[in-house]
Structures are given as structure tokens and as C-alpha cells.
Design a protein around this ligand. Sequence first.
Ligand SMILES: C[S@@+](CC[C@H](N)C(=O)[O-])C[C@H]1O[C@@H](n2cnc3c(N)ncnc32)[C@H](O)[C@@H]1O
Length: 197
Amino acid sequence: MNTSVDFFDQQFSVQVREGEKQLNPFELMAQPYLFGDVLDYGCGLGNLGIVAAKGGCRVLALDAAPTAISYLQKLAAEQGLPLTAVEADLRTFRIDGTYDTVVSIGLLMFLDENTALSQLTQLMTSVRPGGVAAINVLVEGTTFLDMFDAQSYYLFKPGELRRAFTGWGILVDSVDDFDAPRSTIKRFSTVIARRAA
Ligand SMILES: C[S@@+](CC[C@H](N)C(=O)[O-])C[C@H]1O[C@@H](n2cnc3c(N)ncnc32)[C@H](O)[C@@H]1O
């Protein structure tokens, strides 16, 4: 496990214990666009994947945090949901096949620049014609850095994520600031886009 995954895994243990299941603001943005075969890349506790599976989607949920993945596997089995959860290091993961909806919320900034950009390309090429990508990252201007591995993270440049989707139908293009400890901020960019059919 790297520092970032360790940071989240500890948080997930608490959230599982306390039964926190509500969608975060970016999952709420993506929820209306989910359909068909869904890939959630960096799913965390998988609340979005659970909602998608309950709504009839077939979900593959990937993350490196063992607590989150074993929680999701157990829940999917208990509730008979069409959701497969797999522990994977998404710095090097090769996606097999294509999906109607590809979601990656809050993952890519934990990878170094080259890896983040090549994984973004891989995510985009894994979307079927007419399918949707929902990508959320931290961008420059973010001053809360506690969750990063100092050797490896990437704050996207302003507008960079939107530019990557040139030629796609843009459904959502949003920049949102959230207050963080010690008067710092987290600045997120979210792009949800449809690939031409
Ligand atoms: C900010 S959380 C987002 C989780 C979820 N998408 C959500 O919106 O709640 C970041 C996630 O990225 C995962 N992560 C970070 N680096 C990773 C890596 N190299 N491989 C797989 N997952 C990683 C963490 O374990 C964590 O679940």
C-alpha cells in the first residue's frame, strides 16, 4: 500500500464501522448518467457502485484499499448485487474491455503526472461509443496536501481535464472549492462527457 491508499484505508475502516453510505457531491453529480456496464476506477467504499447495481447496472469496482474492497465484496454477495469488487493497483492496471459508463472520482491526482495522464487516456478509450465518462480530480490551487504521497501526486492544470474531452459532448464541467483543515482548500474539477455514438 502507498501513503495515499493507507490514508484512505484507515478512513474507510471508520466509515464501515459507522455505516456511512451517503454519496459524496461528485458521486451525486455522476449518478444521473450511469447506465449499462459501469467501471468505477478508484471506487473507495463503492457507494456509487452500490446505487448503480441496485438500479440495474453491472458494476466493476476497483481500488487498492483492502478494507473498501472486502466490504464491497461482502455486501454484493449478501445482497446479490451485480457488482464485482477487485483490489488493484490502478497505477499499472490495464483495463480489459469497454464500458457504457466509466467513473473515476478522486483517483487520478494520487498518481504521478505521466501515470495520471496515461490512465486518463486509458479510461477515455474504455468508453463505448455513446457512453459516458465521469472524471473528478484535484487541480492547481489545492493547498490541502495531507493525503498525498510526497513523491507521487499530480494537481491537474486549470482547464486540462476539460481539454482532454475535446470532441466529446460535455454534460458537466464544474470547478468546486471545499474548505479543508488549517484554512487550506481542496479545488476539484469534474467533467462528465458523452462519447460520440
Ligand atoms: C478520494 S478517494 C475517492 C473514493 C471514491 N471514488 C469516492 O468518491 O468516494 C481516493 C481513492 O483512490 C484510491 N487510490 C489511491 N491510489 C490508488 C492506487 N494507486 N491504486 C488504486 N486505488 C488508489 C484510494 O484507496 C481511495 O479509495
